[in-house]
Design a protein around this ligand. Structure first.
Ligand code: PLP
Length: 354
């Protein structure tokens, strides 16, 4: 049994994906070929945003978002401590300061009450300028954007949605990737929508930000790539990956339904044994992971392993306890909910072909 069954998906889509790949081999535009634009248009339509800019991976997508929002030294960027490393890494890489926030006990997403406490704290202490929030749609469930947007407006902060896991999720029909000033996603193979390598995308409704991000993506280009008006990156999505994603995106709504059916079945069978995922009213998860809480995690995982069922732990170490963030001076006990989750959660197999 696979934790994420990319093999069944490929078998199911093989003829379509193979044809798309061969079309690229035939036309030979490996970099920024026509499939890249085609995918960007299809993604904008799917997510319901004005602009999609694809890029090399989900980490670059976050980095490009921070560059476009001019985040840098002296800025405080608030993000959950219970997330994948990249969410906080890009903040530090931009020379800004990550300010961690505890998790909501039920949704596992950023806790809006603790977020406001942390913002007030930074203002009181002085020194850092509160600049932006990066919220994460953890395990596929969109964060509480109604409250997050209120806080962003109240404290004049930019809001970035890290939808690397949330792509496909929604709140009252509004899709993940459409919240905040800029949203980002990843097409890493194991994500809800994955390619056959690295890939990512940035979503925004803001024309000016879109122009900036397009420029930063290709060496800070101006009128063409040999006219460089700012310092940027080389962060393009390969044409072949765009071609693969076009076929996977077409199948994605069906896979998403299958994931939700699988999650319902898990809920039914497992809710008397574990704390099963909580999905608030009006929310729809893309089920990047199906994650349960158990106070006897190691033993439960061993039982599954004995049955040949793979399980994984996302995430064993909160950001405030990572070696790389030692310099920030956090200690164990600073974020009790997130720390408890890091000790008790584990994830079961989840994909559209379960
Ligand atoms: C996977 C992931 C990323 C980074 O995406 P890559 O494509 O691997 O760079 C960022 N944030 C979250 C929450 C992720 O799960």
């Amino acid at each position: 049994m696979h934790f994420i069954d990319l093999e069944s998906q490929y078998k199911h889509l093989k003829s379509k994906i193979d044809k798309r790949i061969h079309d690229v081999l035939d036309h030979g535009h490996y970099i920024m070929g026509p499939e890249v634009k085609e995918l960007e248009v299809a993604l904008s339509e799917y997510v319901g945003v004005k602009h999609t800019i694809t890029c090399a991976n989900g980490t670059d997508a976050l980095q490009l978002a921070l560059m476009a929002l001019d985040v840098g030294e002296g800025d405080a960027v608030f993000c959950p401590t219970f997330t994948f490393f990249a969410t906080a890494e890009v903040v530090a890489y931009a020379k800004a300061t990550p300010v961690f926030v505890d998790s909501d006990e039920r949704t596992f997403n950023i806790c809006v009450d603790d977020l406001e406490r942390q913002i007030i704290n930074v203002i009181k202490q002085g020194g850092l300028k509160p600049k932006a929030i990066i919220s994460v749609d953890l395990f596929g469930l969109p964060a509480n954007y109604e409250e997050l947007q209120k806080l962003a407006s109240k404290y004049n902060l930019k809001l970035i949605e890290d939808a690397a896991q949330g792509f496909g999720g929604s709140i009252n029909g509004r899709k993940a990737g459409s919240f905040g000033d800029i949203a980002t996603t990843s097409f890493f193979p194991a994500k809800p929508l994955g390619c056959y390598g690295d890939g990512g995308a940035i979503f925004t409704n803001d024309d000016n930000l879109a122009v900036l991000i397009e420029s930063y993506r290709v060496h800070g280009k101006g009128s063409d790539k040999y006219d460089n008006v700012r310092i940027g990156l080389n962060s393009r999505l390969d044409t072949i990956q765009a071609a693969i994603l076009l076929e996977k995106l077409a199948e994605f709504p069906i896979e998403l339904e299958n994931r939700n059916i699988a999650a319902e079945n898990y809920n039914k069978t497992l809710s008397d044994r574990f704390i099963t995922p909580y999905i608030p009213d009006g929310y729809y998860s893309s089920w990047a992971q199906y994650t349960v809480v158990s106070d006897n995690r190691d033993m439960e995982m061993k039982k599954y392993a004995a049955e040949g069922i793979p399980t994984m732990v996302y995430y064993r170490t909160c950001m405030h306890m990572q070696t790389a963030f030692k310099y920030l001076g956090y200690k164990e006990g600073d974020f009790p909910v997130a720390e408890k989750l890091s000790k008790q959660v584990f994830s079961l197999p989840m994909h559209g072909y379960l």
